[in-house]
Design a protein around this ligand. Structure first.
Ligand SMILES: Cc1c2[nH]c(c1CCC(=O)O)Cc1[nH]c(c(CCC(=O)O)c1C)Cc1[nH]c(c(CCC(=O)O)c1C)Cc1[nH]c(c(C)c1CCC(=O)O)C2
Length: 342
């Protein structure tokens, strides 16, 4: 029997949508916090295949999600390209910065990334052996624009100001950076697929800050290039794209990039998305992750509204962004129960 998520990604409309959740392995789970403590820190956990596989499996055991997502981070690619990367507790990621053409030129070539990323492929191999037979395995990477924003600023930024400034100052050097990330991402995802990933997802968390021609050049073109390269090497592997906060640019995004499915953030109205996005193909989303904190009737009502809105077409139930550390694990169980009750 084909796994439910793969059926939906092939365009099938199911009675009950399959479910998984962004950041489903994370700090809201006590078992995750215990394994992370055992690993020492977040990056050591990412690069330890046995422990990374263990935390990937934890939410599958607890909740029976229809998919597992590889435990890793989008910022491992910059690290593999030669950037320094560390995480500051309570603050988030820090990287050495790329500020000019010379910085871009100093990066390693795309095919050098496997040296650093080999443990991640081992995690995928372990997972493809150990996952239940009805659970799909999702690999992922950051989309080039979002990864570039971290490489330029050296951290997360509220408005991606440094990346926009670099783009304005030297568009050719900025494009060269995006190209290098694009090529590395093709290598990385292709190797995840060779190791056993059955679906891959591209996270463009900051797509919403690109407009007009910049959106075409840096949210669509690199993603389209990655998807075309993956399709030529692995024609049967579906790709989910997540251009977070793309607003009306969600319309036509799957067609413009070749993505098999678009993931919707929680700012998108489900009714609008059903008639403007889902009519053209599968969608994933898009419950506000705040309901995983608040729970109660609001969680039940909003979950039902989303299931109902997307009932007429192919839909994977998910949150509109990652679950947060302050979420209550009981609310996740309530969400799943509500979706599966139809
Ligand atoms: C922008 C981005 C990053 N990482 C990611 C994105 C894109 C999606 C998004 O917008 O959230 C993607 C990501 N990060 C992580 C995964 C694993 C798979 C999953 O469960 O979804 C995935 C797919 C684990 C993680 N990545 C991180 C954690 C928390 C680390 C910890 O245990 O302390 C996890 C579980 C750390 C991380 N990693 C990143 C940030 C900004 C942070 C710090 C913020 C935070 O602490 O939540 C970069």
């Amino acid at each position: 029997m084909t796994k439910k998520i793969l059926r939906v990604l092939a365009g099938e409309t199911l009675q009950t949508p399959p479910i998984w959740m962004m950041r489903q392995a994370g700090r809201y789970l006590p078992e995750y916090r215990a394994t992370r403590a055992q690993a020492g820190d977040f990056l050591s956990l990412c690069y330890n295949p046995d422990l990374a596989a263990e935390v990937t499996l934890q939410p599958i055991r607890r909740y029976g999600f229809d998919a597992a997502i590889l435990f890793a981070d989008i910022l491992l690619v910059p690290q593999a390209l030669g950037a320094d990367l560390w995480f500051v507790t309570g603050e988030g990621p820090r990287l050495s910065t790329i500020t000019d053409a010379q910085g871009v030129a100093s990066l390693k070539p795309a095919d050098a990334v496997h040296e650093t990323l080999a443990p991640i492929y081992e995690t995928v191999r372990i997972l493809s052996r150990e996952l239940p037979s009805d659970t799909a395995l999702i690999g992922f990477a950051g989309a080039p624009w979002t990864v570039a924003t971290y490489m330029i600023a050296g951290r997360g930024t509220p408005d991606q100001g440094p990346a926009h400034a670099f783009k304005r100052a030297d568009r050719a050097a900025f494009s060269a950076l995006v190209d290098r990330i694009t090529e590395a991402t093709i290598e990385y995802l292709s190797a995840q697929i060779d190791a056993g990933a059955e679906v891959v997802k591209l996270f463009d968390s900051w797509a919403g800050s690109l407009t007009g021609r910049d959106f075409d050049d840096f949210a669509i073109a690199p993603v389209a290039r990655i998807i075309a390269a993956l399709k030529s090497r692995h024609p049967d592997i579906p790709v989910i794209a997540f251009p977070r906060e793309a607003k009306d640019r969600y319309k036509g995004f799957a067609q413009a990039t070749g993505a098999d499915c678009v993931a919707l953030d929680n700012s998108v109205d489900a009714g609008w998305a059903a008639s403007h996005v889902q009519v053209h193909g599968p969608v994933q989303g898009n419950l506000d992750p705040r309901h995983m904190v608040g729970g109660g009737q609001a969680l039940i009502d909003e979950t039902r509204t989303i299931v109902e809105a997307f009932r007429g077409g192919p839909h994977i139930f998910n949150l509109g962004h990652g679950i947060t550390p302050d979420a209550d694990p009981e609310n996740v169980a309530l969400m799943i129960e509500t979706v599966r009750a139809g």
